[in-house]
Write a protein that binds this ligand. Structure first.
Ligand SMILES: *[C@@H]1O[C@H](CO)[C@@H](O)[C@H](O)[C@H]1NC(C)=O
Ligand SMILES: *[C@@H]1O[C@H](CO)[C@@H](O)[C@H](O)[C@H]1NC(C)=O
Ligand SMILES: *[C@@H]1O[C@H](CO)[C@@H](O)[C@H](O)[C@H]1NC(C)=O
Ligand SMILES: *[C@@H]1O[C@H](CO)[C@@H](O)[C@H](O)[C@H]1NC(C)=O
Length: 400
């Protein structure tokens, strides 16, 4: 009996070994070095229609001229808020900042890897790295890095539409972080936009804590298992994460949104990477959060009181080693060579439709450009899952 079972195992192993190996990933989009900004367009807007921050999102040429976006001598991309203009004599002052949106989308089955040494922080500062579909919220949003003011723990979140069905994240199963809001559904018309939020356990995952420990790496995997998000401190970054990442060998993620409580293939359309810095607005400046932000004082009763003084923005910058998108080797849509992007005209995108966008406590996105691409429907991982089921059944045979 046992030898027969062993034979079955051997047969399966021989037949399926190549597919049973850890799933490989190859580079599909690379934002790094001198070309970092080529894969993005600057979403120019004189007002922050989505989140009501006290900012102007400026053009590429203005940002370069003001030295707010550039690649430094170490090849790191710097994205910053204007910290030189003194607005103290201007009662309607809005501070210049930058809103980058990727030219090409991240597709279902992809792994995003982001290495930074500094995330913008400070009282009134609100940075975010997230992905969103062209049609929001119907094509969803995945927040990879986001928090405000003096926070040192990052927050992850999904934002999904009612039409996507139930999207929940109720427990802490499968993650090291803590779920602080369990309902992913947003209803912009009703000002419901918190999303399902998970807080990272590490106080080195955001703000001063992140900067003081040399930064680290965030990663987001969007595939048939769901959406998984990791944070690695610099001292514990998995090997080859920048060239040949193998998430199957990584530890428990910080946040995990399993497919059985939020269908990852229908809740999200093709996702565009968005990297920006806001000031005050619906989250950093929320009146209900401000008193406990650590930023309030008699002289600073509200967030807006800080905006005019440029000295408040010396830590409001991203310093990025790279941002890469990997696609699964088994993905049918995989292309063989990484695109150095920059295909669509650099420069300005218009501000999109004015109508949408009523943010409450998190990043809202309501891009104006109509999305033409449909959701990717390939469920690439299923064959591998099936093989491992067969494989483990064979092992069970050995044991009985
Ligand atoms: C989640 O939020 C949506 C929008 O407010 C609501 O319609 C739905 O009933 C909520 N689901 C649960 C399980 O609370
Ligand atoms: C603006 O911030 C950068 C980064 O912290 C800093 O190097 C620079 O000195 C600041 N500029 C001024 C005018 O303080
Ligand atoms: C560009 O910025 C405007 C104004 O804040 C916003 O309404 C729009 O959604 C943004 N577009 C994208 C693609 O993020
Ligand atoms: C997207 O899918 C819908 C429904 O399957 C279809 O009606 C529509 O034409 C598709 N759009 C594109 C751009 O392929």
């Amino acid at each position: 009996m046992i030898s027969r079972a062993l034979f079955i195992v051997a047969a399966f192993a021989a037949a399926f070994y190549p597919t049973c190996k850890a799933q490989g990933y190859h580079l599909a989009q690379d934002f790094s070095g001198p070309d970092f900004f080529q894969g993005f367009r600057y979403n120019v807007s004189d007002r922050d229609w989505n989140n009501f921050g006290n900012v102007h999102f400026i053009s590429q040429s203005d940002a370069e001229q003001k030295h707010m976006t550039f690649v430094d001598l170490n090849g790191r991309a710097i994205i910053s808020v204007d910290n030189t203009t003194d607005g103290r004599t201007d009662g309607n002052f809005g501070r210049d900042t930058v809103y980058l949106v990727s030219n090409n989308p991240v597709n279902f089955g992809s792994l995003v890897v982001f290495d930074a040494v500094h995330i913008p922080f400070g009282c009134s500062v609100w940075p975010a790295l997230f992905t969103q579909g062209h049609v929001w919220p119907e094509e969803g949003e995945i927040d990879i890095i986001e928090n405000v003011n003096l926070a040192t723990q990052n927050q992850y979140a999904l934002h999904t539409a009612i039409s996507s069905g139930t999207c929940l994240k109720q427990s802490n199963d499968g993650q090291t972080g803590k779920t602080t809001n369990g309902n992913c559904t947003v209803v912009p018309e009703q000002d419901i936009n918190t999303g399902c939020v998970v807080q990272d356990a590490s106080s080195k995952s955001f703000g001063k804590g992140f900067a003081d420990s040399g930064g680290g790496v965030f990663s987001m995997l969007w595939d048939a298992a769901g959406v998984s998000l990791w944070f690695f401190e610099r001292s514990s970054i998995p090997p080859n994460i920048d060239t040949a990442p193998d998430p199957s060998s990584w530890p428990t993620p910080s946040a995990f949104y399993p497919a059985d409580s939020c269908d990852p293939s229908t809740a999200f359309g093709p996702q565009f990477l968005t990297l920006y810095i806001d000031i005050c607005g619906a989250f950093a400046g929320a009146p209900e959060l401000w008193p406990t932000s650590g930023c309030a004082s008699a002289a600073v009763s509200k967030c807006d009181d800080l905006v005019q003084d440029p000295a408040n923005y010396n830590n409001a910058y991203w310093m990025i080693n790279y941002l890469r998108v990997f696609e699964s080797d088994s993905s049918s849509s995989s292309s063989s060579s990484p695109s150095r992007s920059g295909s669509s005209p650099s420069g300005t995108a218009s501000s999109g439709s004015v109508s949408a966008g009523t943010g409450t406590s998190s990043t809202t996105g309501s891009p104006g450009t109509g999305g033409s691409a449909n959701q990717s429907s390939a469920i690439q991982n299923i064959p591998i899952v099936a093989y491992s089921i067969v494989f483990s059944s064979a092992l069970i045979l050995v044991l009985i």
